[in-house]
Every structure is written in C-alpha cells, then in structure tokens.
Design a protein around this ligand. Sequence first.
Ligand code: NAI
Ligand code: MG
Length: 335
Amino acid sequence: MNTSKTKSKYQIAVVPGDGIGKEVMEAAIYILDSLGIDFEYIYGEAGDECLEKNGTALPAETLDIIRNADACLFGAAGETAADVIVKIRQEMKMFANLRPVKAYPNTNSLSDNIDFMIVRENTEGLYIAGEEHFTDDGAIARRIITRQAEERIIDYAFKYAKENNKTKVTGVHKANVLKKSDGLFKEIFYEVAKRYPEIATEDFYVDATAMYLITQPESFEVIVTTNLFGDILSDEGAGLVGGLGLIPSANIGEDGALFEPVHGSAPDIAGQGKANPIAMMLSAVMMLRYLGENEAADKFDAAILKVLNDANVLTGDLGGSATTMELASEVKNNL
Ligand code: NAI
Ligand code: MG
C-alpha cells in the first residue's frame, strides 16, 4: 500500500449490489470520473450474491466502508433488499428519505410541470423492527411517533425548501382519525413552520393527498410526512412521472448519506445492457449536491436533461434501443 499518497478529496463508498445495480453503477461512475473531482471509490459487497458467497447479505466490512466514507452510492439488491438497505438505514441512523418527483421530457409523465420533493421520516412510524407481533387471534403493529424524530424531519423539509428556493411545504397526516399521533405531527408541523415565515404552508390528509397528486401534481413543492405515508406516496410519485428508470433517492443521516435509485435489481433485464442508468445518475447528482459540489451537479444534471430532450439515445424503457453504456457515453458527450 502506498501510504504517501495524499488523501482524495472525497472517499465514496460504492455498493453496486445485484443485477442491474452493477450495470447502472458502472455508468454513473463513468460520468463522475469525467467531472474533474478527486473521488476515491471504496467498493463494498452486499446483496444476494454476497449472501451466497459470504453467508451474509451485509458484511460488517461493508457497513464500516459506508460509515467511514463521505457518502455512499448504492445500486440495488435483490431478494435480500430488506436485509441490506433497511439495515444500512437503521445502522447509519439515516432519518430522512428524499424522493424527488420530477417530469422529464419525452417520458411518460402525467403533466410536464411536475417537480416536487417528498421528505419521508425513515426511522419510526409503523416500520420499527420488533414492534410487530402475533397475538392470540391476529397480529399487532405499533405506530410510534416521537416529538424528536418528527421535529427533525419537519425541520429538514423546511430547511430543504429554503435552501432550494421552494415557496411551500405541505404536511401530510391523518390527524382526523389518528388524533394523538398524527395530531402531534400536525402540531409540530405548524410549530416548526413559525421558524420559516418566508415559506408558505398547508396540510392535507393522506387520502386526499393521494388524490391531489393525480388531480393537481403541479401544485406541490415539498411534501413532508411520516414513514408509511411517505413510502406509499413516493411510489405514487414515481408513477406520476413515468418509470422506475428515472427516479433517484437519498437517505440522509447525521453521520452519513446514501444515494440510490428507487428501482431494484431487475432480474428480467439484468446482464443484458438494457438498464436505464438515469435513476442511478440522478442519485449521483443528489450526492454531488450533498457534498456541496453544485457546479458539477448542475453540469451532470444538464447533460442528462439534454439526452432526454434530444431523445436520440434512450434505453428500451424510454422507447429507445440504446444500451446502458451507450446512454452513458451520450451523457458524457453532453457534459
Ligand atoms: P425492479 O425495480 O427491479 O423492476 C421492476 C420492473 O421495472 C422490471 O420490469 C424492470 O425490468 C424494470 N426496471 C427497473 N429498473 C429499471 C431500469 N433502471 N431500467 C429499465 N427497466 C427497469 O423491481 P422488482 O421486479 O419488484 O424486484 C426485483 C428485485 O429487486 C427483487 O429481488 C426485489 O427485492 C429487489 N428490489 C430491491 C430494491 C433496492 O435494492 N432498493 C428496491 C426494489 C426491489
Ligand atoms: Mg417503497
């Protein structure tokens, strides 16, 4: 090992995972390497193949790599996804799940002017391991809402709005029925809102929100909500803008952040060079912004947009016939 080498500007944990995770990761790294930023990539194993090989889907070594890096890029896992990604989020206390919903040209979007961010609480609500158990005649899951975690996510959403020139934050809950837990969420939402007088606010019930996302998706800018509601509305958001191949996400915590496409390992197309790398690339763009590399992020983002606008080199899911790396080359040409 050459210990005299100066440390790179950023150490990036790279976990490609299974199936198309590996293909889209290669494409994203290919562009990151063209941006003139000094990245060092530390590769970690995780997922189905890793389980087969090492007897565990998420080795402690991979968690250490993620813990010690400035940020992590994650491709996709297969059947072990829950053991991998949910565990990483918990171990790294990644409390905020960010899912941008944005309409791109020449894609199957419901409307051209959709552009909002879903900020989902990632650590509590209905999804806490160990809070679900069988009873004599059924099963019970406890939904946990704490002031500390909800205030943290709501404040994150308002801060995000402020930093990204958004004018409104929408709080989503079901306080008419869940009077105590979601009553508390709603109360904290308006408490936090007072710290951001320049940002407009509104709050809706989650069922109404599910409808408004279809009837008036252009009206949303930032949505903040609890774990389960955020999970469901995020996938509805993906449906609004036409296709898993385009949707990135971020998991942000106090000690680290992980960026991943929303899609899985896609065994039906894996190994054929058919995967659309844009969701992974947009996840890398989110990582660049997290690292404060806004100029590089803008450049990368604009090159992706140009490829979608031109519509000459697109993968099969977008109606084209290009391979993963052909699309990546086209993005690189447009940098
Ligand atoms: P999936 O997202 O892998 O695939 C759903 C459909 O969308 C497939 O027809 C696939 O070909 C297509 N698709 C997905 N990403 C695409 C891309 N980038 N380009 C072109 N087409 C794309 O979801 P599915 O089929 O439900 O799950 C497959 C495996 O992935 C399962 O083992 C599942 O557990 C895992 N999974 C992992 C996730 C993660 O690692 N975060 C998330 C979702 C699923
Ligand atoms: Mg989901």
